[in-house]
Ligand binder design. Structure first.
Ligand SMILES: [Zn+2]
Ligand SMILES: [Zn+2]
Length: 187
């Protein structure tokens, strides 16, 4: 989406509001992306405004999106809605001449009177979307051995088979239980 800023640049108005649907980025197919496996059941919505204050222009961009993502521990679908926002100074390529690459990222660039909003929207989404979505804070995840969803209850695998680091602990627990049993038997 390219926003036509020509009326704003010509001084015919001071504020230019906008609102449009945005296609989801193709990062959802990239295994290296934080959006890998994320689905967007409806188009994202971008809205905001560009304000021109005597030649100094600011962009405010709000992104609203519904998503479905796999829980990082149990892989169950998690659905939700996010709202992200950014503000950037709008500049022409000429104004940014000689600036470092990473400084240029702080600007929204208007070229030939049009402001590209797809790139700022994509980078906003990639920087704000959480890298791990959980179905709930204390999700127990799947058993490493049998794959059972441990939120539904314990599986029949023994702890010492799944994680050798736990075996000294279970040995201690076993001994405590033995003692406990002897105490009750002694009575
Ligand atoms: Zn989960
Ligand atoms: Zn198991």
């Amino acid at each position: 989406m390219k926003l036509d800023l020509r009326t704003l640049l010509a001084g015919e108005c001071r504020t230019l509001p906008f609102q449009f649907p945005l296609d989801p980025p193709d990062d959802t197919e990239d295994p290296g992306s934080i959006l890998y496996g994320v689905r967007f059941p409806s188009p994202m919505e971008a809205s905001g405004e560009v304000v021109n204050s005597a030649g100094y222009m600011r962009l405010r961009l709000d992104l609203s999106l519904d998503f479905v993502a796999p829980c990082a521990r149990c892989l169950a679908d998690v659905a939700g809605t996010y709202r992200f926002s950014l503000e950037k100074t709008v500049a022409t390529p000429k104004m940014l001449e000689g600036l470092d690459e990473d400084k240029i990222d702080e600007y929204a660039i208007v070229e030939d009177g049009f402001l590209d909003l797809d790139e700022p929207a994509r980078s906003l989404l990639l920087s704000e979307f959480p890298s791990r979505v959980l179905c709930r804070e204390d999700c127990r995840g799947l058993c490493q051995t049998c794959g059972k969803d441990l939120n539904e209850g314990p599986c029949s695998c023994k702890a010492d088979e799944t994680d050798p680091r736990l075996s000294p602990l279970s040995a201690v627990l076993e001994r405590l239980r033995e003692k406990e049993k002897q105490k009750t038997e002694d009575k």
